[in-house]
Design a protein around this ligand. Structure first.
Ligand SMILES: [Zn+2]
Length: 424
């Protein structure tokens, strides 16, 4: 039993869920949630990005323009999420004009074709929609977006592949519905989810209520501490007047004023305002994190299947998910499993971040690890079809699987490994 667990554990640490389950209230992250307590970012950028979603030509037109103008007049960088199918008319002309100037302060991002939920679409459908929007944006502005903002924050494995194929460098969803911000790189694309808002959603009245700038600023400061960056999500309705319970196309001057105050406060701080696609280039190693890692043998928050994740490039690669599911659904359900897990963690997290870092920095080593763990993952899938309801069954299947694996690993030619090592 223990052997089997060590075997799985080497590639996939126990107990620390890589997904953030922290509480959200009215769409806003509750940074007081214990989930965040021990979180320290491994990299920091000391920067914030404004992300203005839902840019189109049919809804809250004047309000959108007023917000965009606020950024333009003050020459503040803002990433704008464009809904492709409705990117025409006045709005398209305005954005074309601003982005044609040399030092434009707008970064253009793709925000779906008709604001569809990408998580329920297959890869081909997603590819088509992303391409449609890219084409429309390119025809209007001559720019190809590098940032994708998934509508409703939802993505699936197919989305990641499509983003790679279409040369996106950055995407920005929600902390809770998208994969976590650690590691920040997911299959080559950096993920920086929204961490602060300019309005909260009131479910009972179905309206968005603007926040005072001091509240948004608090969340920005918290997200710097926890994630090393901040993404402030803005929506047209955050700045619209509410009449008879609905958002109307009239500018809410109070909220525009709050936005101006927010920008001023950020400028007074040591935080830099950047585009979403510039956060990654501003990241530097967090010395505080390095200290904590070496002085504390307890696992830090960047848990999960570190080695497998680095090898497959993504927390949500199917292979990594299989390992995680197996760990959580099968092994942790047995008594000896949960007892073992505790002592295993200290061991696993003492070396796995180093291995994972090395994998990220050395593509050939990464391929070697992938080559080495793929047969193991395939054989572990047998466990999915077996009812592991007793310790004995777990034990006997564990031993047979290990034998099977030993057999397979002897089959990998030693020469190939030596060859790979030489190239590293
Ligand atoms: Zn949206």
């Amino acid at each position: 039993m223990k052997l089997l667990m060590i075997f799985l554990g080497v590639f996939c640490g126990f107990s620390i869920s890589p997904f953030i389950h922290a509480e959200v209230y009215e769409g806003r992250i509750n940074y007081l949630d214990p989930e965040f307590e021990k979180m320290i970012p491994s990299e920091i950028c000391n920067c914030v990005a404004f992300r203005f979603d839902d840019i189109q030509n049919y809804w809250l037109h004047d309000v959108q323009l007023e917000v965009l103008e606020t950024f333009r007049e003050n020459n503040i960088p803002v990433t704008i999420g464009i809904i492709g199918n409705d990117f025409d008319g006045d709005m398209a002309n305005y954005i074309k004009n601003v982005t044609s100037s040399e030092n434009s302060n707008f970064e253009i991002a793709n925000h779906g074709w008709t604001h569809e939920n990408f998580a329920v679409l297959d890869k081909d459908q997603q590819n088509q929609l992303i391409k449609n929007t890219n084409k429309r944006i390119f025809n209007v502005t001559g720019i190809l977006p590098e940032t994708f903002i998934p509508p409703m924050g939802e993505i699936n494995n197919g989305t990641i592949e499509v983003l790679q194929e279409n040369n996106f460098t950055t995407f920005s969803g929600l902390m809770l519905t998208s994969p976590p911000p650690y590691p920040l790189v997911i299959s080559g694309a950096h993920h920086f989810p929204e961490t602060a808002l300019t309005a909260v959603y009131k479910a009972e009245s179905q309206i968005f209520q603007g926040l005072p700038h001091s509240e948004t600023l608090k969340d920005i400061q918290q997200s710097q501490k926890k994630f090393g960056f901040s993404v402030i999500a803005l929506h047209p309705q955050d700045f619209a007047v509410i009449e008879n319970g609905i958002h109307v196309n009239k500018i809410n001057q109070d909220q525009i004023h709050e936005l101006v105050l927010l920008i001023e406060e950020i400028q007074k701080s040591d935080l830099k305002i950047v585009f979403l696609n510039q956060i990654s280039e501003n990241l530097t190693k967090n010395l505080e994190y390095q200290e904590t890692k070496s002085s504390n043998s307890n696992p830090t928050n960047n848990g999960g299947c570190l080695i497998a994740t680095a090898a497959y490039g993504s927390e949500i690669a199917p292979q990594v998910q299989q390992l995680r599911e197996l760990r959580d659904n099968q092994l942790l359900q047995t008594e000896s499993g949960s007892a073992f897990m505790k002592s295993f963690n200290e061991f696993y997290y003492s070396f796995s971040p180093t291995v994972a870092d090395y994998e990220r920095e050395h593509p050939i080593f990464k391929e070697a690890v992938k080559l080495a763990i793929t047969p193991m993952i395939s054989s572990l899938l047998i466990l999915d079809y077996v009812d592991l309801d007793s310790e004995e069954k777990v034990l006997s299947f564990g031993i047979s699987l290990i034998l099977l694996n030993v057999g397979m690993y002897l089959g990998i030619p030693l020469a190939a490994i030596i060859g790979i090592k030489k190239r590293i």
